[in-house]
Design a protein. Sequence first.
Length: 423
Amino acid sequence: MDTIRYRFYDRLDLYDVYRWLDNFDDDELELAVSVFERLEYYREEDLLGILASKLHDIIQDAWEAVNKGVNLHFVPLGRPGKSGYVIQYLVKNLFKQPSYPHIGKIVYYGHPKEVKVADLGVTDVLIFLDDIIGSGDTFMSAVSPTITKIKKDGAKEEKPNEWTIGHIVKDGTSYKTVLLSCFLMDKGKARLEKAYPFMAIYGEERHHAFDKGKSLFGGYLKMRQVREFCYKYGARICKGRELGYSNSQALLMFAHAIPNNTLPIVWVDEYEEEGVTKYWQPLIARNQMKKQNMAFIKRMDNNRWVFKLSQYFGVDLDDPDWKSVIEDKNVKLTYLLRCLESHLPETVIANDMGLTHDDMSVLFEEGEKLGLWDDKHKPTADASKALEEAVKIFRIENKEDLEVKVVDDRDYMYIPETFRGMS
């Protein structure tokens, strides 16, 4: 309970943990709990604190090198909706309040091609952003001018990498190249330092979970026991990545996403065994396709909410052209309002919607004009009341649906009366 409350900030409940423990044999529960108690969960505000500290170091180091104010250029790794854009979103929020000295201009890019390398000089710092560097593969792949695609028949095909940063990351430039990641797995960091000695790397370092002499699981015998336990189940549910992508052995979880570097027993939700799909109960699922499917379901469900909020979009439902209320912008505004009313972190919302910081800024500006929320992105009293009224209507509609069946977990899930000597 202390782990749920203080390490996961009540992101999980007791039933989530019981369901996860039910994946394992009874005589292995102590080992499973040992893993659970050492997981690290980071909220948006936790990542903001790390970024603020590392940005201070980057700016200070750059200023000392040239003894002039420096220009910061931020480039997220990956495509919109990926973790690099989440971190850029947080960085942009940090600079809303001017609290850093020695800064000239700040530029944010949505695509690496937007960076005009010829215009960069000694006072420019190019900063690549991500939430975690595990093996270093993501960064090295981003530098590559080509990507390898696997066809249905298994054949490999080389295609141009439209998102390459290879034209930027090179030795002997007048500008400074920096990689800023909230967390750096030690071996991945060492690999990048060797491959790109001219690039400065910033972030909090973490050791592999089963690194001999540095493991959080104690001495060698206990560490080996936990490792064998994790590998045993990892081999069943995530072949080839038994202890995380490229054997990263990470124990990290973020509010906006679960890295594939983290032990798969934590986040896998289904796997295939002898051609049969089987299910695994994760603590928090990572499966991106399922997240997108859920977002689509919510989006379709949003249509009802859009109708209930039609007065904000200037559409008269008695008008023959009322269908214009169901347009992409209104759906996004409605979904965003519902998320804000539920107090979801903005980074989580942006990640789920697959939007960049600029996209979100446009939506926030439009919603403020319509009176959906204020300049602090807090839903207005009228908008909250409209949502409340919609909820009441939907409850009545749902009660009329006789096929809806409410199932209580306690009716079908075994919960032990005592565990580890506690009732």
